[in-house]
Write a protein that binds this ligand. Structure first.
Ligand code: VAH
Length: 315
């Protein structure tokens, strides 16, 4: 299996996309990773280290033009509407997430792309799913439109793999915590916002209850998992679009306490809003033994080392 040469990233200005693009350019070379997003590029790292193009993922013709023009052999599809925003506009969430993924998959088949990566999420699970150490194969009955689009995305990945041998891969991201780009419209955004507020205002009002426990991952581990899966030899993969990946699980209260141990006087109040019901439908930890077995997944960060690094970066 040949190493990838040129990659197009959709949603390259998003929370994961903005750091994944930089990390991919370190592996493949700046000019070989085309960053795209629906909005103008205001990120110097992205603009200065390689090509950026405007792209609405629903514009199939434009996507095909860019893949042809840059002679792309893989698409990393990060453009999506997340869970909280998706519940405010479920029709748009379905449209962007499903039609966007289908545009990428159809193009991969038509242009015989080497590989496609389309993320899934722990949002694919629902209240009937076992909450502790959620299995790789399990009940997928999500209660959010975002989760419905993630389950559909996993099924589409398997369909395109089985019917047309399109090499599609994906991982069920937990909540991702990072210091570069604020997330947009996610239920796990509290785990990012709390750090920014600890540094800027020394107080934060958290929109989930302190006992809310969710699987979380620090951005360096997210980038490692994504690039390791993208580059993994296809022969070793039994799964394709739906790998569970875990690294740590903690409650909102444990996160607040970890920050308070480092930021004296940091005040946190807990005032749950509509996102509490979304968080309550998700598991508290996942079994990622398939990812560890099939492509060597191994996280590096835990709550303590992440908290130290996040506060160092934000200060
Ligand atoms: C969200 N950050 O909150 C995303 C993620 C597991 C959560 O999919 O919607």
């Amino acid at each position: 299996m040949s190493e990838l040469q040129r990659i197009l990233v959709t949603g390259a200005l998003g929370q994961i996309g903005s750091e994944l693009t930089v990390a991919l350019r370190e592996v493949y070379g700046g000019e070989n990773v085309v960053a795209t997003d629906i909005r103008e590029c205001t990120d110097a790292d992205i603009a200065e280290c390689g090509p950026f193009e405007l792209l609405d993922i629903l514009d199939t013709a434009r996507l095909g033009e860019l893949v042809e023009h840059y002679n792309v052999d893989a698409v990393v599809h990060m453009a999506a509407i997340l869970s909280a925003t998706g519940e405010k506009n479920p029709d748009l969430c379905w449209k962007v997430n499903i039609e966007g993924s289908l545009n990428v998959l159809r193009l991969a088949r038509e242009m015989n792309l080497e590989r496609v990566l389309i993320p899934s999420s722990i949002a694919a699970f629902g209240p009937e799913t076992p909450r502790e150490n959620t299995p790789q194969e399990t009940v997928l009955r999500p209660r959010t439109m975002y989760g419905v689009t993630k389950v559909a995305g996993e099924l589409l990945a398997d369909y395109y793999w089985n019917k047309w041998n399109v090499d599609v891969r994906g991982l069920r991201y937990p909540g991702i915590i990072s210091a570069k780009t604020m997330p947009g419209g996610g239920t796990t955004d509290y785990a990012v916002e709390i750090f920014y507020k600890a540094v800027s205002e020394n107080s934060y009002t958290c929109f989930v209850k302190p006992e809310t426990r969710l699987p979380m991952m620090y951005m360096p581990d997210c980038l490692k998992a994504t690039i390791d899966l993208l580059r993994a030899p296809v022969d070793g993969l039994e799964h394709h679009g739906d790998f569970n990946v875990g690294s740590m699980s903690f409650t909102a209260g444990e996160l607040a306490a970890a920050i308070q141990r480092r930021v004296p006087g940091f005040e946190v109040r807990f005032e749950p809003d509509y996102r509490q019901a979304i968080a309550d439908s998700w598991p508290s930890s996942v079994d990622d033994s398939a990812a560890r077995r099939e492509w060597g997944w191994e996280p590096d960060y835990d709550l303590e080392s992440m908290t130290d690094d996040m506060l160092d970066r934000l200060k």
